[in-house]
Design a protein around this ligand. Structure first.
Ligand SMILES: [Zn+2]
Length: 411
């Protein structure tokens, strides 16, 4: 790490005095290693729909609501950050939570009256079981307070050396050979239930959930929206001199799973609380806070006569300053930099989606459109030291966030 920084500093000296000044500022900036975390499963939750219909193995149809889907998003997101958890592992966890609680955080007031003091989706009374995976304090899964936290339940379900329940009761990662087991059997092994078929029945539902929640967000149809006039200008989303590009747009190959995953945005590290600006005139089409992304804004614009959506992610709840349907102008202060969701430090994850569809390189798009800084001067190109590096096939170990450092050779 220190050596890496030294090399980066040397490289910056060689690049000349103005770059060096920026380099020193960056090295001293505590926010400078903020970036999105790579996930081991290759799964990233887009946005959570209000409801989803899915068919179980026995042909019955299930309609899941926003609360249930939000818990599913927590399972995908928290699970994907645990070393050793694969896409199959996430599916097994969803099958288990569907079977045990239909993806509801269940209190159990007959065993623990205080369980109703925590956010919950209803009351149940099976033994002293609690929450999504119906874990029992008496079996050693955790305290009532622990088990009424959905993220804790997910960590306990997967277990493994970093699990809060390690080494007993066993989570999925503690079951030898779980990877080659039938998924119903693997879920049963963790839940210690006598009925593997109950879990298997939800295998197609879990599949539908993963496919739907991890699909990219599409906020508009690709048709120009008459209500959104051509933007007056394009503005860089952060104040001049406050940010550094820590992780570019593009594919990376995961070192453990070998899965190729697309980083759909550009990460600009900046100090917590710095203002985020709308890059163009437009209308806010998404303003929400979820466990997966943290704060998430999408704005629809018209640029060069065509519709384009921009996304801004990782604000804290209090750092979301606009609402859906609100008209904004280029350079308007719409949020504050935070580090919520899958994040290693304060940064803005910025996305550009032409027609609301597939993401393109947002940093390049800003340059191509001559983005100016908010106070109307041409933005200083402080990212050139990073962007001159090859932008494909990056290797970013999920377990070592320090690797996504400002030292560009690490990207
Ligand atoms: Zn990112």
């Amino acid at each position: 790490m220190l050596r890496k920084l030294a090399i980066a500093a040397l490289a910056l000296i060689l690049l000349g005095p103005s770059t060096m000044l920026m380099g020193v500022a960056v090295l001293m900036n505590p926010a400078a290693n903020g970036a999105c975390t790579a996930t081991a499963t290759g799964l990233t939750v887009g946005s959570v729909p209000d409801s989803l219909k899915a068919t179980a193995g026995d042909g019955t149809t299930l309609t899941l609501n926003k609360a249930q889907l939000t818990h599913a998003a927590t399972i995908i997101t928290v699970g994907s950050q645990i070393n050793g958890v694969t896409r199959d592992g996430v599916q097994i966890a969803l099958m288990a939570a569907l079977t045990e609680s239909t993806l509801r955080m269940l209190a159990n007031t007959s065993a623990y009256p205080q369980s109703a003091d925590y956010p919950n989706d209803g009351d149940a009374s099976d033994h002293d079981s609690l929450g999504l995976f119906q874990m029992r304090p008496q079996s050693g899964w955790g305290s009532v307070k622990d088990l009424m936290d959905p993220a804790y339940q997910v960590k306990a379900f997967f277990g493994g050396p970093t699990g809060p329940n390690y080494p007993s009761p066993r989570g999925l990662l503690d079951i030898p050979g779980w990877q080659s087991m039938d998924k119903g059997q693997a879920a049963q092994a963790v839940e210690v239930s006598a009925y593997p078929d109950r879990y298997r029945n939800y295998e197609p539902v879990a599949q539908t959930i993963i496919d739907t929640l991890t699909a990219p967000t599409a906020s508009n149809s690709g048709e120009p929206n008459a209500a959104i006039p051509e933007t007056s200008r394009i503005v860089f989303p952060l104040p001049e001199g406050t940010w550094v590009l820590t992780s570019p747009f593009g594919y990376r190959t995961h070192p453990i799973t070998g899965a190729r995953t697309l980083h759909e945005g550009t990460d600009y590290a900046a100090p917590d609380g710095k203002p985020i600006y709308a890059v163009a005139d437009g209308i806010v089409t998404l303003a929400e806070y979820s466990e997966a992304w943290g704060g998430h804004l999408v704005i629809d614009h018209t640029v060069d006569g065509k519709p384009v959506s921009t996304g801004y992610i990782h604000m804290w709840k209090t750092g979301i300053l606009v609402a859906v349907g609100q008209k904004v102008t280029a350079g308007q202060h719409i949020g504050d930099v935070g580090s919520s969701g899958q994040s290693t430090g304060p940064h803005l994850h910025f996305e550009v989606r032409p027609g609301g569809g597939q993401a393109i390189d947002g940093d390049k798009w800003l340059k191509e459109h001559g983005a100016t800084s908010q106070n109307n001067t041409v933005d200083m190109d402080t990212s050139s030291a990073c962007t001159s590096e090859p932008q494909t096939e990056q290797t970013t170990p999920a377990t070592a966030p320090a690797a996504v450092d400002v030292s560009c050779e690490a990207n």
